[in-house]
Design a protein around this ligand. Structure first.
Ligand SMILES: [Zn+2]
Length: 639
């Protein structure tokens, strides 16, 4: 018996010594050990890069970053809305970015007396917050003195009587907010999706309802309780929102995969937009000097951007046909190009000598060349940041199947694709006839978004992202991103979400009328309309683009992601203040072409005085006042 036992132990030991090491490559295979077959890579002669590393051990990649300073949003005249922060460091960036997007001039302050100098005050995130009793008294008396107060999370502070309700009832089980479309503030919400905003069905957005409202509510929940109350007090008004608007906004901007939206793409999902349209109208009706910044270049009604994802061998050939059509129409499209020098599970390599010939044609036709990653991996959202030293041709992300990719990094996808695209573009050569600019726009394959994308884009020289759908973001407007899609600090990167795409059924060519109908709804509030067409086929998809162009041309501005992004980021810096009777001061630090402001109905332009900067021509059409040429500097418009 003893010798048998020894034999068994011996066999086990032999197994450990000989078999386990052979299993190791299967069991413990790591990315760096994964074999790269050199024959699967397309090598361009002597090409290596980018040689400049991307630093990763910097504050940019420290997720414990400090909270955004108020400094940038602290200054402005009393004609602006005042956002009064009542607790330290709430998620106010959501509100700030939405106010910027909708062109509502504002300041943010923690000083109650300063806030109450303004006609319209938004207390955020809650009342009473950290305010003392004398500060709360001042706020309670503000509407009676003619001010307009907007508040979220009215939890106490003796405010309920002034707002006109008895009690609040919290819940995580309310799903819908029904606007009172009899009310002038919501009377142009015509579509069912405008009439009802969604909070989702997963309890992600909590809410408060208000009992026994003194006046007809501006909106109700599906259980018929008050969601947004209104009260007239003398010449003043008070509105209490039963949702935390800043948190709701940031949930749409930051978390496109949360199950809140009612649809994914190709439809109208304006839940955040209707909220902000109401806030904008409250400002316009309550502030006699309400001058807002318009959202579309050249005073048009809708910003239309054609984007094309090249992620398949035939697509790079067909793309040139789309580009020729667009050039003939005077339109610049954006060509998100996968830099596919590796043959893998997805496809053969098409970023090779032949692919580069077509890329050069797109560049020569004046189209925007943008990055659609190297690997087009479905796992991009889970990639590690990387070393910042990834280079062609040693960076070899290998897509094994739909659920496995080896060797890929967040930075590798960004820096190596940008390097190769810029390297081959004729407009980037030193002797170019028309000088281009480096690639600045990015869209990941299958919209797989890593949390570190905003900072990784900044670190690698990108400015503009089109990586989510509008419907999933609950908004058809552009917005600024925050680092790590969190709430502490804003990144110098803007998102332009996708409105229409070509993969849902029925096929794109038979969806032209719904797309035109959607454009007609979005033009009513100056929204963004980003179209994604994969150029894998011409046929019905090119026909779609041609029909759409003809239909929206009378009211649309057309341009690429970078054209619009440059315009949008310059607009983001514009400061608007009313400095005297009907005197509007525009501070425009970055050059912008075709900026418009919207003035009160009875204002007529009398004169324009440039204090600093180049000469400018200004025209007025109704309430819209447009600077028709490129301008930067400081000007005063008198009405
Ligand atoms: Zn793609």
């Amino acid at each position: 018996m003893k010798s048998e036992r020894l034999l068994i132990i011996g066999v086990i030991l032999l197994a450990i010594v000989f078999i386990v090491p052979r299993l190791k490559p299967i069991l413990f295979e790591t990315a760096s050990e994964h074999a790269v077959n050199k024959f699967n890579i397309h090598y361009f002669d002597n090409l290596v890069g980018p040689k400049q590393p991307t630093p990763t051990k910097t504050a940019l990649f420290n997720e414990l970053r400090p909270h955004q300073s108020l400094e940038r949003y602290a200054y402005g005249k009393n004609s602006r809305m005042a956002v009064l922060l009542t607790t330290p460091n709430p998620s106010w960036l959501g509100l700030a970015h939405a106010l910027k997007t909708f062109g509502i001039p504002f300041i943010i302050t923690t000083n109650v007396a300063e806030a109450l100098q303004h006609k319209v005050v938004f207390t955020y995130p809650e009342l009473p917050g950290k305010l003392d009793s004398s500060q709360l008294d001042a706020i309670r008396n503000f509407p009676a003195r003619g001010g307009t107060l907007i508040a979220t999370n009215v939890l106490g502070g003796g405010m309920s009587y002034m707002f006109g309700f008895d009690k609040i009832i919290p819940s995580k089980d309310r799903h819908d907010i029904h606007w009172n479309t009899q009310h002038p503030l919501a009377s142009d919400f015509l579509d069912p999706r405008e009439k009802v905003a969604t909070l989702g069905h997963d309890g992600l957005i909590g809410s408060y309802s208000f009992t026994n409202p003194a006046e007809t509510p501006l909106a109700k929940f599906e259980d018929n309780t008050a969601a947004i109350t209104q009260r007239h007090i003398g010449n003043g008004r008070a509105y209490a929102f039963g949702v935390d608007l800043g948190y709701y906004l940031i949930s749409g901007y930051n978390n496109p995969d949360l199950p809140i939206a009612r649809c994914y793409v190709n439809q109208l999902e304006p839940s955040l937009d209707t909220m902000m349209r109401v806030v904008k109208r409250i400002y316009q009706q309550s502030e006699p000097n309400a001058v807002t910044v318009w959202t579309v270049p050249k005073g048009k009604d809708l910003s239309v951007i054609y984007t094309h994802d090249i992620d398949y061998a035939q697509s790079i050939v067909n793309a040139v046909e789309y580009a020729k059509y667009e050039k003939a129409q005077g339109i610049r499209g954006t060509y998100f190009t996968q830099v596919k020098y590796i043959k893998d599970f997805n496809d053969e390599h098409f970023f090779n000598k032949r692919g580069v010939r077509y890329l050069k044609q797109l560049d020569d036709l004046g189209m925007e060349i943008a990055s659609h990653s190297v690997s087009h991996s479905r796992q991009y959202s889970r990639f590690k940041l990387g070393t910042g030293n990834e280079m062609y041709p040693t960076y070899v992300p290998l897509v094994i199947n739909n659920s496995t990719t080896y060797n890929g990094t967040v930075l590798g996808e960004l820096r190596v694709s940008k390097f190769l695209l810029d390297n081959f573009r004729p407009s980037m050569q030193p002797n170019a006839m028309v000088t281009g600019r480096p690639v600045v726009s990015f869209r990941p394959g299958v919209l797989s978004v890593p949390r570190l994308l905003p900072e990784a884009m900044e670190a690698t020289g990108y400015l503009y992202s089109s990586s989510v759908t509008a419907d999933n973001s609950l908004t058809h407007m552009p917005f600024q991103l925050n680092y790590t899609y969190a709430f502490r600090q804003e990144a110098p990167v803007f998102e332009f979400p996708i409105t229409i795409e070509d993969e849902e059924k029925p096929k794109m060519g038979s969806r032209i009328q719904p797309a035109i109908d959607l454009a007609n709804k979005l033009k009513r509030y100056g929204a963004l309309f980003v179209v994604l067409i994969h150029p894998n086929v011409l046929d019905h998809k090119l026909a779609f683009e041609k029909q759409l162009t003809q239909a929206v041309k009378p009211y649309a501005w057309f341009g690429s992601i970078s054209d619009f992004g440059d315009w949008w980021s310059a607009r983001n810096e514009v400061q608007v203040d009313v400095i005297g009777p009907r005197q509007v001061q525009l501070q425009v630090p970055k050059p912008i072409d075709g900026l418009s402001v919207v003035v009160p109905t009875d204002w007529t332009l009398k004169s324009v005085k440039v204090i600093k900067g180049n000469a400018v021509t200004v025209t007025q059409s109704g309430q819209r006042v447009q600077l028709t040429n490129q301008f930067s500097g400081n000007a005063v418009l008198s009405f």
